[in-house]
Design a protein around this ligand. Structure first.
Ligand SMILES: *Cc1c(COP(=O)(O)O)cnc(C)c1O
Length: 234
C-alpha cells in the first residue's frame, strides 16, 4: 500500500503552517514532487492526488517516465534539478519548463541553442553553491555575474532567468542549514538590485528534511522527494 496521497496532504499542511508561522502569504510556496528513482505508477498516484509540479534529476529517466505522462495529462510541469551534461540538454529542454540546476555558462549556451531550434522559451534558475558538502552550483561569483551580463546583453533570447536554487549541506545542524538558505536569499536580493531588468522571483530551496526552515528563510519552491514517495532504492 502506498501513502502518496496521505503524504502529500501532510506536506501541504506543513507548508501552510510554515507560511503562517513566518508571516508569509498563503500559497506563496509551491511544492515540487521529486520523483527520481520512483516509477511512473507513483507519479500517476501523485497526479491523481492533485500534484502538478514534478522534479527529476536524470534526463534519460525523466524522458521515458514523463513522455507518456504529458500525452495523458495536461497541466503537468516538470523541472530538471540534477547536474546536467551538455549532451543531455536537447532532451532536457523538450520535457521541462524550467532547468533549476544551471551552474555554468556553457550550459546556458547549449540551452539557448536547443531552445532556439525548438522555438521554445524555457526558464532557468542559477544554482548556487552554499553548502560545503554539495559539489554542484556556481562556486565562482565572477562566473555568475558574467552569465548575468550575457543575459543583460541579450545573448540568450530563448532563456528566461527566473531565480535561484541551492542545496543545503547534508547535516543535522539546523543552523548550518539555515545559514545556507540565508546565503541564497541575500545573494538573490543583491543580484535583483543590480539587475532590475530581470524579475527572478523564484527561490528554490528546501527538501524533505529542511523545507520548513527554507520557507522561514524565503523559499518559494520546495523540492520534496522522500517525504512523498518514500526512500529511494538505488
Ligand atoms: C533528490 C533531490 C531532492 C529531494 O530530496 P529528498 O530529500 O528526497 O526530499 C531535492 N533537490 C534535489 C536537487 C535533489 O537532487
Amino acid at each position: 500500500m502506498s501513502n502518496i496521497k496521505e503524504n502529500l496532504d501532510i506536506i501541504n499542511q506543513k507548508i501552510l503552517d510554515a507560511e503562517k508561522k513566518s508571516g508569509r502569504k498563503q500559497g506563496s510556496v509551491k511544492l515540487m514532487a521529486v520523483s527520481k528513482f520512483h516509477p511512473l505508477e507513483a507519479v500517476i498516484e501523485a497526479i491523481n492526488a492533485g500534484q502538478t509540479l514534478f522534479g527529476e534529476n536524470r534526463v534519460q529517466e525523466a524522458y521515458s517516465k514523463f513522455k507518456p505522462v504529458f500525452e495523458e495529462y495536461s497541466q503537468i510541469e516538470l523541472h530538471m534539478i540534477g547536474q546536467l551534461q551538455t549532451n543531455k540538454v536537447k532532451h532536457a529542454v523538450e520535457i521541462s519548463s524550467c532547468i533549476e540546476s544551471v551552474d555554468r555558462i556553457d550550459l546556458i549556451k547549449e540551452i539557448e541553442k536547443q531552445c532556439s531550434k525548438l522555438n521554445k522559451s524555457i526558464k532557468i534558475l542559477f544554482e548556487y553553491h552554499t553548502g560545503e558538502e554539495s559539489k554542484s552550483g556556481f562556486t565562482n561569483d565572477d562566473e555568475l555575474y558574467k552569465a548575468l551580463d550575457m543575459f543583460k546583453n541579450k545573448n540568450f533570447p530563448h532563456v528566461i532567468p527566473y531565480g535561484f536554487m541551492t542545496m543545503a549541506p547534508f547535516t543535522n545542524d539546523k543552523e548550518l542549514v539555515r545559514k545556507s538558505f540565508i546565503t541564497l536569499r541575500l545573494l538573490a536580493e543583491k543580484i535583483k538590485n543590480q539587475y532590475p531588468m530581470f524579475e527572478m522571483p523564484e527561490l528554490s530551496m528546501g527538501m524533505s528534511g529542511d523545507f520548513e526552515i527554507a520557507i522561514e528563510e524565503g523559499s518559494t519552491l520546495v523540492r520534496v522527494g522522500t517525504a512523498i514517495f518514500g526512500e529511494r532504492v538505488y
